[in-house]
Design a protein around this ligand. Structure first.
Ligand code: FE
Length: 164
């Protein structure tokens, strides 16, 4: 009897280890499997500028009206400055007047994740890159049609790739 219990206990432990070791590949309900990029702060510091590190890894906010991407109207895509995942298309970019690059939709809903953010006495929804978890900005419900959403992004979190 004791042996049987021991065997069952061992099997449960093994199953638990197997589950814990399985990588989290995609958020629930998304259309695409996104392979995660996981790095330590020290590793990120080697590939990001101090400004990029502060925003992407420490949830900082760039000063309004400082991003050269604010007035970029070229055709192309905006990718994560940390991991290169495509995040936004120039087709959904609009001038919000806020001082930060703004979009009314991500290029693919599975390429960003959102989470409630109640810091600084505000009730906001934070937006992150689905691959590296980098902080991008926030999404607000006061955007233009067709979605009515305003993805208010830090330009420093994005890199623009012109259409070929
Ligand atoms: Fe990323």
């Amino acid at each position: 009897m004791k042996l049987a219990i021991s065997v069952i206990a061992l099997a449960l432990v093994a199953a638990g280890i197997a589950l814990a070791a399985a990588p989290a590949k995609a958020a629930k309900g998304t259309s695409e499997v996104i392979e995660k990029v996981v790095k330590t702060d020290e590793e990120w510091k080697k590939i990001l500028t101090p400004e990029q590190f502060n925003v992407l890894r420490k949830e900082g906010t760039e000063r309004a009206f400082t991003s050269p991407l604010n007035h970029n109207h070229e055709k192309g895509v905006y990718v994560c400055a940390a991991c290169g995942l495509t995040l936004f298309s120039s087709d959904t970019k609009f001038d919000s007047g806020t001082g930060w690059p703004s979009f009314w939709a991500p290029i693919d809903p599975s390429h960003v994740t959102t989470k409630s953010d109640r810091s600084f006495f505000m009730d906001r929804t934070e937006v992150r890159c689905a691959r590296c978890g980098g902080h991008l900005g926030h999404v607000f419900p006061d955007g233009p049609k067709p979605t009515g959403l305003r993805y208010c992004m830090n330009g420093v979190s994005l890199k623009f790739e012109p259409a070929k």
